[in-house]
Design a protein around this ligand. Structure first.
Ligand SMILES: C[S@@+](CC[C@H](N)C(=O)[O-])C[C@H]1O[C@@H](n2cnc3c(N)ncnc32)[C@H](O)[C@@H]1O
Length: 228
């Protein structure tokens, strides 16, 4: 029997991933609407994928999240996944620096039926985070904004957490460059490398990186707060 070519293996992997996505993480009209609104507004297509969205919901459910904080909203796609994991009296705050993005997010949240339990705060997350202490602790914090600031976002995420909170950050693999410090790395890569190092070494956290695919193109860093 002849061995599968690389192309056939790729096709098979893609088929299995699509099946998992279709079976376990189907997108409804609200999520499709957020993607279409992003396209119509000319926003970049850099949102998480459906399997990651479902994974966020699984983690939110695991820590019985009532309060969720997101850093980096874009068009509200990940925010909708997260908000849907909340109970009726739950609340999601999402921070977004770009006012145009924030407008799209608000309307996508309303279209998806999660307008009542969500709030978009506009500004630089590094300036907004210190204003959130009275609303802490957050049960789950999702970090997905500028990569250079990830180490500072981690510091705030821990401050705004409780024991058992889950801190998740996107783009923490990037074909392996997020683990390899080099003399000439750019600020984004330096932020990711430092983030992975800090979450690995901080005794208050237990952390793993989950790749999105077998090629390790990218993935999520998932840290649980052990003690706070
Ligand atoms: C990768 S996108 C977020 C994608 C979104 N989480 C999703 O998956 O649907 C990053 C977002 O972070 C925002 N952003 C970048 N720097 C920021 C900052 N300093 N403070 C707040 N938001 C920021 C960008 O404007 C952009 O909308």
């Amino acid at each position: 029997m002849s061995e599968n070519t690389l192309e056939q293996q790729d096709e098979q992997r893609h088929r299995i991933e699509s099946t998992i996505s279709h079976l376990f993480a189907p997108e409804d009209a609200g999520l499709h609407g957020a993607l279409q609104a992003a396209k119509d507004a000319g926003l970049p297509e850099i949102q998480i994928n459906p399997i990651q969205g479902k994974l966020l919901q699984v983690f939110a459910t695991a820590c019985q999240a009532h309060k969720i904080l997101e850093i980096g909203s874009l068009a509200g796609y990940s925010g909708i996944w997260l908000a849907r994991a909340l109970p009726a009296d739950g609340h999601l705050i999402t921070l977004e620096i770009n006012p145009q993005h924030a407008e799209v997010v608000r309307s996508s949240f309303a279209n998806a039926g999660v307008g009542d339990k969500t709030e978009v705060r506009v500004g630089n997350a590094l300036e907004l985070l210190p204003t959130l202490t009275a609303e802490a602790p957050f049960d789950l914090i999702f970090i997905d904004a500028d990569k250079a600031s990830y180490p500072q976002y981690l510091e705030w995420a821990i401050k705004l957490s409780r024991t058992g909170s889950i801190i998740i950050a996107d783009n923490c693999v990037r074909n392996g460059i997020a683990f390899q410090p080099t003399a000439d790395m750019d600020a984004d890569t330096a932020g990711l490398v430092k983030y992975n190092q800090l979450t690995r070494e901080d005794p208050r956290l237990t952390t793993i990186v989950l790749a999105n695919d077998n090629d390790y193109t990218d993935g999520l860093n998932v840290a649980v707060v052990k003690a706070n």
